[in-house]
Design a protein around this ligand. Structure first.
Ligand code: ADP
Length: 379
C-alpha cells in the first residue's frame, strides 16, 4: 500500500511516499516544503498539499497510485493511544489538546485540515508521538503534585518522540540479532528536540519529556528541565511576562541560549575548536544533561543491552556520541569513536555490552505502516 506521510514541523513539512508492501524500507520519494502555516495568512494550505502532489507526480509517484495519507501528530493526550482514522471530529479533538503542545498540535491540525481538503478521496490516518508511551507505569508518568492536578487538570507525563523510539526499538533488535521482547534499551533521540526513553521488551517504561516537550534534555532552542522556582522568581520580580517566559524557554534557550549563536551542533563544534568558550559551555551542558538523563533512564530497566543514538544529532554527530558515552562508564558503556557513520550500525566493539547503536530515525515508515494497519483493519 502506498502511503503519503506528512510530518509537519514548525517551519517545514517533511513528506514521503512509502510502499508498505515493498521489499525496501526506503521511501519511493521524499519531498519537503516550507510550511509557514501561520505565516501564510489568507493563503490556503490545501493548495500547498495539491502542489506537493504535483511534485510527487513529477518524481514518478502519481497521486492516483496513493492509497492513504498518514500524519505524525505530536500530542494525543490520554485520548489517543492508538492510530486513528482522521475525521473532522478527530481533528477537533487534536485541536482541543493544543494547550498541551501549542507549537506542535497547532501545525498538525492545520496540516490535517489541509490534507482532508486537498485529498478528499483517500483515507487519512493520524499517528501519535505520545501513543508509544501509553505503556508507562504510573510511577513513571505521575508527578508528585496534588492529586487534583492530575485528576482534574490532566497534569502528567505523556512523553514524545514515540514514533521514532518505536522504530529504534524494532531496528535495534534486528541489528543485535535478538528478539525485541528480551531487550532493555535506552533510545536517545537527539534532534532539534531531544529525549531519552527506556524501552523494556519493546514497551516504553520511562521517558524524559513530560506534560509538554519542554522537559528533560537540553535541546536546540528549548531549555529542558529547569527548577520551576526560576519561573516564579522571574515573574514575581517582574523581569519577564508569562508570554516572554514561554517564548524564551521554547525559542531562546538550550544550545542557542547558552552559546549565544546557534543551535547547530556542527557550528558549535567548529566554534569550540576556535576557542569560543560559550560554544564549549553549550556543548558541555548538552552532553552532561544527556548523560544524566540516560543514566536516570537505566534505573527503569532490568538490564541495559544497548544505547541507541537517533535523529539529526544522534545519527550524525560522532563527537557528541563519543562525549556522551565517555560519561557513562558507570553504566558499563565503553566510549565510541569519533568516526562518521552513515548507515544503521552497531558502533561498539563486537561482544561489548551494553552495545551502542546508530539508527536513522524513520518516523515516516512507522506512520505509513500504522496507517496501512488501520485501513486494513477497518476494511
Ligand atoms: P527535527 O526532525 O526535530 O527537525 P532532526 O532529527 O532533523 O530534527 O535533527 C535536526 C538537528 O540535527 C539540528 O539541530 C541539526 O543541527 C542537527 N544535525 C544535523 N546534521 C548534523 C551533523 N552532521 N552534526 C551535528 N548535528 C547535526
Amino acid at each position: 500500500m502506498r502511503v503519503l506521510v506528512l510530518n509537519p514541523g514548525s517551519s517545514s513539512l517533511k513528506s514521503s511516499v512509502i510502499d508498505t508492501a515493498g521489499e525496501s524500507i526506503d521511501p519511493l520519494a521524499a519531498l519537503s516544503l516550507d510550511w509557514g502555516v501561520d505565516a501564510t495568512e489568507g493563503a490556503d494550505p490545501a493548495d500547498d498539499i495539491r502542489a506537493l502532489l504535483v511534485r510527487y507526480e513529477e518524481a514518478g509517484v502519481p497521486a492516483g497510485s496513493l492509497a492513504a495519507v498518514g500524519y505524525r501528530v505530536v500530542h494525543g493526550g490520554e485520548r489517543f493511544r492508538e492510530p486513528v482514522l482522521v475525521t473532522p471530529a478527530v481533528v477537533e479533538t487534536v485541536d482541543e489538546l493544543r494547550p498541551l503542545a501549542p507549537l506542535h498540535n497547532g501545525v498538525a491540525v492545520a496540516t490535517m485540515r489541509a490534507g482532508l481538503k486537498a485529498i478528499p478521496n483517500l483515507p487519512h490516518v493520524a499517528v501519535f508521538d505520545t501513543a508509544f508511551h501509553s505503556t508507562l507505569p504510573e510511577d513513571a508518568y505521575r508527578y508528585a503534585v496534588p492529586e487534583r492536578w492530575y485528576a482534574e487538570w490532566g497534569v502528567r507525563r505523556y512523553g514524545f518522540h514515540g514514533i521514532s523510539v518505536a522504530w529504534s526499538a524494532e531496528r535495534a533488535a534486528e541489528l543485535l540479532g535478538r528478539p525485541r521482547a528480551e531487550l532493555g534499551l535506552i533510545v536517545a533521540h537527539l534532534g532539534s528536540g531531544c529525549s531519552v526513553t527506556a524501552v523494556d521488551g519493546g514497551r516504553s517504561v520511562a521517558t524524559s519529556m513530560g506534560l509538554t516537550p519542554l522537559e528533560g534534555l537540553v535541546m536546540g532552542t528549548r531549555s529542558g528541565s529547569i527548577d520551576p522556582g526560576i519561573l516564579f522568581y522571574l515573574r514575581r520580580e517582574g523581569f519577564l511576562t508569562e508570554d516572554e517566559l514561554a517564548d524564551q524557554l521554547d525559542h531562546d534557550s538550550g544550545l542557542v541560549g547558552l552559546s549565544g549563536r546557534t543551535s547547530d551542533v556542527r557550528e558549535l563544534l567548529t566554534a569550540e575548536a576556535e576557542g569560543d568558550a560559550r560554544a564549549a559551555l553549550a556543548l558541555a551542558v548538552f552532553v552532561s544533561r544527556a548523560a544524566e538523563c540516560i543514566a536516570a533512564a537505566a534505573t527503569s530497566l532490568r538490564h541495559l543491552d544497548a544505547l541507541v543514538f537517533t535523529a539529526g544529532i544522534g545519527e550524525n554527530s560522532a563527537p557528541i556520541r563519543a562525549r556522551i558515552t565517555a560519561r557513562l562508564g558507570s553504566l558499563g558503556l565503553v566510549p565510541v569513536g569519533e568516526d562518521a557513520v552513515r548507515e544503521d550500525a552497531v558502533l561498539s566493539a563486537p561482544g561489548t555490552a551494553p552495545a551502542v547503536l546508530r539508527i536513522e530515525a524513520r518516523e515516516d515508515l512507522v506512520v505509513a505502516r500504522a496507517a496501512a494497519r488501520v485501513i486494513e483493519s477497518t476494511g
